[in-house]
Ligand binder design. Structure first.
Ligand code: FES
Ligand SMILES: [Fe+2]
Length: 444
């Protein structure tokens, strides 16, 4: 028996893969394969390059630049004059400065170096400034045709900003070949309507391997141990040993693992879906009826730099006034931060072990109930070999690290936001106590 009581039936090698014909059924796990794509059975059609949720609507402030990166490539988001989101390569096409230190003027991005301004389409709108036309008269018509921002396709939906990351930004978005539909990434394609729910969300940055964080979020085993004292569910704690039936499905678009309590009357525990390249949905109950759904988005900023956007959708506590009064959002966020902090040390040290080459086939053994993780690594290694996203913008030991640390804005790496949230809870509690005391004092 493992610590959660999941019956161990086999040891799997890691990470190179479970042979495809070794997919077996046993009394604790059943694997079924549905093929809805042109790929061979069980293979996911999306790879590492594709649609990523990279920011929340709330986090892209108007007239502000939002810096981030994808697979080492520095990028910036902003809203153009029509409030549409633009994702551009963080490189001014005049002399190659970054837009760090620049700004937005009337919906146009402004370079900090010579003041070059660019329209939503990426054209320079004040050539006279950057060409010194105001000093030296010359013919710059040709130059105007060549200077242009580089962009990625970007869509805003349900409070998320999605980009199609293909590794090569273009001056003309119509030249980008989009190989997968955004619909395959959207939560509503997986059985639930976001509009039926209220939600809380946070962003969290980690200095560790992106793929390891996804592995962590697919792993239910660790929840009982490392998060056992934090998760507000009496059935999830260190002392409880719970048994589940596990059912894994792969259908070309996602991998799904369903955990049902062995005691029939208790029904389903959770369902986890991995939707490549970077999304995980965790349902408490079936997708159509779940009262509570967690959506986790994973963003590969750079080597050892990763961001997670976590959003908790709920069908309960939907009254805005009550949730505000009882500080529901802040209290939820406090739990998120605590859970991420609990994982962080493990993720950093596990990343190190992997990079040292210690996590090899013969050194570690997956359990039977880790099959979902095995399938994830199979997909990951396959995509890594085919698409090689880390080779598109390679860095080396001499590379200036300026873009690595700058986007690290969220805890747990930077704990300021967590402390700010705790402070806000304390101040709000004091305010809520002072109001009735003050009123009482007035009447006495
Ligand atoms: S480098 Fe940007 S305007 Fe010159
Ligand atoms: Fe965790």
């Amino acid at each position: 028996m493992s610590e959660t009581g999941l019956t161990t039936t086999s040891s799997l090698s890691w990470p190179s893969g479970l042979p495809k014909n070794d997919i077996t059924s046993n009394d604790s796990s059943v694997i079924t394969e549905k093929n809805t794509s042109n790929k061979p059975s069980g293979q996911l059609s999306n790879g590492l390059l594709g649609w990523y949720a990279i920011c929340t609507t709330k986090d892209l402030k108007e007239d502000k630049l939002h810096f981030f990166s994808m697979y080492n490539e520095p990028l910036v988001l902003y809203r153009d004059k029509d409030k549409r989101v633009r994702c551009i390569k963080n490189l001014c096409p005049h002399r190659g400065a970054s837009f760090q230190g620049g700004g937005i003027k009337d919906g146009e991005i402004v370079c900090p170096y010579h003041g070059g301004r660019f329209s939503a389409e990426g054209n320079c709108t004040n050539l006279d400034r950057i060409t010194c036309q105001h000093i030296i008269d010359s013919n710059y018509n040709n130059y105007a045709k060549r200077i242009h921002l580089y962009q990625y396709p970007c869509i805003e939906k349900d409070g998320y900003l999605y980009i199609y990351y293909g590794g090569k930004a273009k001056t003309d978005l119509s030249e980008i070949e989009i190989k997968s539909s955004l619909d395959n990434t959207l939560p509503e394609s997986y059985g639930f309507k976001p509009s039926d729910y209220a939600y809380e969300e946070v962003c969290v940055d980690f200095k560790c391997d992106w793929a390891r964080i996804i592995e962590n979020h697919l792993d239910i085993l660790h929840i009982f141990w490392i998060h056992g004292d934090t998760i507000p569910d009496k059935d999830v704690n260190r002392e409880v040993i719970t048994s589940f039936h596990q059912n894994i499905t792969r259908d070309g678009r996602h991998i799904e693992s369903k955990y049902n309590h062995k005691e029939k009357e208790k029904g389903e525990f959770i369902t986890i879906k991995f939707i490549p390249p970077g999304r995980i949905c965790i349902y408490k109950g079936t997708p159509e009826t779940a009262r509570y759904i967690q959506v986790l988005d994973h963003i590969p900023l750079a080597k050892n730099r990763s961001r997670v956007i976590v959003r908790h959708y709920r069908k309960f506590m939907k009254n805005k006034l009550i949730t505000k009064l009882i500080l529901f959002r802040q209290l939820q966020q406090r739990i998120f931060y605590k859970i991420f902090c609990e994982d962080y040390l493990v993720l950093k040290t596990q990343t190190f072990n992997e990079q040292m080459g210690y996590i090899q086939k013969d050194n570690v053994k997956l359990l039977g109930e880790d099959k979902m993780i095995q399938y994830y690594w199979d997909w990951f290694n396959n995509s890594l070999n085919n698409e090689r996203p880390w080779d598109l913008h390679p860095t080396n030991a001499d590379t200036n690290k300026v873009h690595l640390d700058m986007p690290m804005a969220y805890p747990p790496e930077n704990k300021t936001l967590m402390h700010k949230n705790n402070r806000s809870i304390t101040l709000n509690l004091i305010a809520r106590l002072l109001v009735p005391i003050g009123l009482l004092a007035l009447f006495l």
